[in-house]
Ligand binder design. Sequence first.
Ligand code: NAP
Length: 278
Amino acid sequence: MSTEKLLAGKTAVVTGASSGIGRAIAESLGSAGAHVVLGGRTPEPMAASVAKITTAGGSGEAHVLDVRKVDEMRAFVAHATESTGRLDIMVNNAGLSHPEAILEESDPEHWRVMLETNVFALLVGSQAAVGAMRACGAEGHLVNISSVAAQRADSGVYGATKHAVNCINNTLRRELMEDPIKVLTVMPGAIATNFARNFDSAILQGLVGMAGGGEAANVEITKGERLPDEVLAGAQAAIPGHLCTPEDVADAVLWAVTRPASVHLSEIVVRPKRDLNL
Ligand SMILES: NC(=O)c1ccc[n+]([C@@H]2O[C@H](COP(=O)([O-])OP(=O)(O)OC[C@H]3O[C@@H](n4cnc5c(N)ncnc54)[C@H](OP(=O)(O)O)[C@@H]3O)[C@@H](O)[C@H]2O)c1
């Protein structure tokens, strides 16, 4: 059996790689041999992921950026391609939700941050990445992270951003018809990540409860802040039928980007067997 890594010689960029799904995708692509450029706001977990990738025999680098800033996003993609002279895989993953009713409850600044992060940054990242892939003649992959919320008609402002992602991806696929660049829409269901950070305090407290005893029992969690790893791992282990792991999504992405050039995948849904009904 060949020991050559599936993504040897490829370069991948992942946004939102400091946590959850993006971090798992970055580690998976790096372990498969890609040079991975991680982008996010929190440096420590990205440094730990680069170390993990290096131990697995790959290479990576981490950059702190705010994906909502056009200049920062463009510079991030440009820097990634400077290091290796190429770009093969771009994963626009950074995103967040403020699950609030539109009338009365919602803060318009929460709408703005969801639209800017989930939609605007993904557009800027996709445009920059296609430019870089075309410049090096890559048979590239644009992997844009949507949500099962895009499959529901009434999924709120967050869902509206993910409907927009699906529409953008379908449009990019049409615009890239003559290019060797594929566009993949990934729609995760409930995954145990820091995505829950903006959920109601009662739901966050419920996660701690699910996580059960041990270290998780003594942790304090604050709405809006990253959740302790032991709470996320404990909650996922307690209800695996209701919560997937970030690695489940990363496995699907790795599989998709390692198919033969003739295979065109447009959408993948990774979801638990049962709905959480939050
Ligand atoms: N978890 C789920 O159940 C679920 C379901 C469907 C879809 N999704 C989608 O999956 C994607 C990843 O979410 P996740 O579940 O992995 O959540 P997560 O653990 O909260 O990760 C979100 C990532 O995005 C980064 N980020 C957010 N705003 C940013 C900004 N302005 N600039 C740079 N980085 C920014 C975060 O950085 P910091 O942590 O450093 O702030 C973090 O690395 C999102 O697009 C989300 O909508 C998640």
